[in-house]
Design a protein around this ligand. Sequence first.
Ligand code: GTR
Length: 432
Amino acid sequence: MKHHSSSVIQLPPSFRCFVLIMALLSVMSVVAQGPNEANYDEARVPQYVLPDVLTCADGTVVTSVRAWERHRRPELMAMLASLEYGFTPKGMKNVRMSHQLVKENREALDGLATMQQVQLTFSRGGVTREALMLVFIPNVRKGRVPVIVGYNFRGNHSVMENEEILYSPYFQQLPNREDPVLKRGNQSSRWAVRDIVKRGYALVTMCYQDIFPDVADGGPRSVTALCDAESEPGTAWQALGAWAWGSSRMADWVVKQRWANKHQLVIMGHSRQGKAALWAGAQDKRFAVVISNDSGCGGAALSKREFGERVGQITRSFPHWFCPNFSRYGGREQELPFDQHELLALIAPRHLYVASAVEDRWADPHGEYLAAYHASPVFALYGLKGLSSPDMPAVNAPIMNHVGYHIREGIHDVTDYDWACYLDFCDKAFGR
Ligand code: GTR
């Protein structure tokens, strides 16, 4: 026995050292669970107090649509702009946008759709920026059709394997034509184009990188360079604000098309684009349905739950997304004078859909659900049904009230299942 135990102790020195380091590291990770680390334990969600969406900063409680629209809504818009997403400069109104049909195929998708590629050129004071939209219009139409607008991540060529699709301007600049990111259709699983068109919806997509290159020093190459800064530096817009602005420019073009129903405009965004879609939907009331797919921190998820990705992490990893002021709340989420349910409430009385995925814990599915739930009193003010229970629905069991929600199985992604839910929800919203 003695021999045995001593043989256990007689480990090679290098291994003993390894065990000691591992033990130290595990102790340190418990003790130093820093304020900016991801928490995946529901038991460690702090006791938090959410600001009441219907109570104004001066303590007045909103009880009418009029008071919401006149006082509380503008107050929340200003708070989110100054502390999270930045102000869109008023000077952007003077940016000129021209559009040019670059390519058209009236028999795309085996004749199901007309595929157009339309270049948008933004100019102001001698500065220009270009973006390229990829558009699918159903060929079978009874009157004007509803339109889904949404950014793609990896360029228009990634949406579908099709030689006719031109590279988005951002990808045209890549020096190496063999680069795997130039592979056609490399994100086609995220774009249920045929299903969308078959259900009678048009789709308008463009690469978010054309609007603001998604790197820390992307600003000077982005549309934000079209306009001088107007606000104090802490409240200046960056990528999320610019992406939201760009969605509205897609909408500007859409509403002028004779095939488009301008009252049935949908915006859908995934992940960082889910965040941008919510902010676009808050600012631009032409979006009749706003869909957030796995948008997480700074999107649909409540910051004060401190679950999954946190404010400190996101603002450090992506210093170019939010306005600089937001980083002040890294590790100080409880001091935020607002939370993301108030962003979701700004979509009312239009339709809102929030979606999560079980394995996407970084985005805090529970926090995404709760934000939609806590936004619901504003929908109720308009006599509309939001989410009525604080308990999440079962997996793959969508709720489709005026506010919709689902959590599906699987990872952080956009799947055919997500699209099927979105199309059902839009059909319901538009009485189709
Ligand atoms: C992650 C980021 C998330 C989400 C995601 C995405 O790296 O931490 O908030 O935005 O990227 O956009 O795919």
